[in-house]
Design a protein around this ligand. Structure first.
Ligand SMILES: [Zn+2]
Length: 326
């Protein structure tokens, strides 16, 4: 039997898994990046973990079709270069894909983490079969991956799809990208929580305060949802507002690209129906009639393992494209 390997490089953890050709996970390991001093040690660590994953599942190199890697930031896919990793200070412009390919003798493909999630959703999830689609993830950051005409759209310098940094207002909160009033500056985890804390300090009465026993630093999107589910009107309004900001940004996407689907994942998407209804209402009222009628707004399906399954899917996608161009 042949397998794909998915590798999901996050801020503090790297996850690896064997994935079959139907997108099912069969083995998984996680290790922390914080134990590694510098890029060379980390690359050695990744090589060891990859070899272990293959051996511990009684497999050989020939059983592995390829390794797909999802990593943060813009990735130069020609060499699999990851420009920057947050906890590894000397990690600058590292050709991770080429390096691993040389050391392991297995094909390796690297792409942006949200791009690979979009591929995973198209092959095995809520975006199944979509030709034109935007996949967004809602968390601390707000990311996006675009599928246009059945292909991953990477842009002119591999930086396309940054939905979180689409500006939606003339003035507004500062964003970590250096700009202000971006979608992420209204709908990222930290912004949502900061807004709630500010309202409570101004005297807003809400169940949220009770749920964290007055310790406002413990507020998370999950707590806000808990309050919403218990009938708290303020918490409900928070999700309606977040949905409205997202909907304004997405109305622009709908008008510009006429996508058939928008797949929404990440922790904040767990706010559920109240958030999705608000997004849909805003798109309906703010986008042009025909593209607004066409687009379907759906929740991502691959959940917690989306990064791993997506990374493995990148291998399938790249090999299919290679075969098609022969
Ligand atoms: Zn921004």
């Amino acid at each position: 039997m042949k397998y794909l390997i998915g590798v999901d490089i996050g801020g503090t953890n790297i996850k690896l898994a064997l994935v079959d050709k139907r997108g099912r996970l069969t083995g998984k390991t996680t290790f922390s990046t914080t134990n590694f001093k510098g890029k060379n040690a980390l690359i050695d660590g990744i090589v060891v973990e990859l070899k272990n994953l293959i051996l511990s599942n009684a497999l050989k190199k020939k059983n592995i079709i390829g390794i797909g890697i999802g990593a943060p930031g813009a990735i130069d896919i020609r060499t699999g270069t990851v420009h920057y990793l947050v906890n590894i200070p000397d990690w600058r412009e590292v050709p991770l894909g080429d390096t691993l390919k040389k050391r392991l003798g297995i094909p390796v493909f690297v792409d942006n983490d949200v791009n690979v999630m979009a591929l995973g959703e198209v092959y095995f999830g809520s975006g199944y079969g979509a030709r034109n689609m935007l996949c967004i993830t809602l968390g601390t950051g707000v990311g996006g991956g675009l599928i246009l005409d059945g292909k991953l759209y990477r842009g002119s310098s591999y930086a396309a799809g940054e939905f979180g940094h689409v500006p939606i207002n003339v003035d507004g909160p500062k964003c970590k990208c250096g700009s202000w009033a971006c979608v992420e500056a209204y709908t990222g985890n930290n912004y949502i929580v900061r807004g709630v804390i500010a309202d409570i300090k101004k005297g807003q009465k809400t169940l949220i305060t009770k749920l964290v026993k007055g310790n406002l630093r413990k507020i998370t999107p999950r707590i806000i949802s808990e309050a919403d589910h218990a009938g708290d009107k303020y918490a409900k309004q928070v999700w309606i507002d977040v949905g409205n900001y997202l909907g304004i940004g997405l109305a622009g996407v709908v008008n510009l690209l006429n996508v058939e689907k928008i797949v929404i994942g990440g922790g904040v998407a767990e706010a559920g129906k109240i958030l999705f209804d608000s997004i849909k209402r805003t798109i309906k009222s703010r986008a042009m009639k025909l593209p607004a009628k066409t687009v379907k707004i759906v929740k991502a399906k691959l959940g917690y393992d989306a990064g791993l399954i997506g990374a493995a899917t990148l291998v399938l996608y790249e090999l299919e494209r290679k075969n098609a161009s022969k």
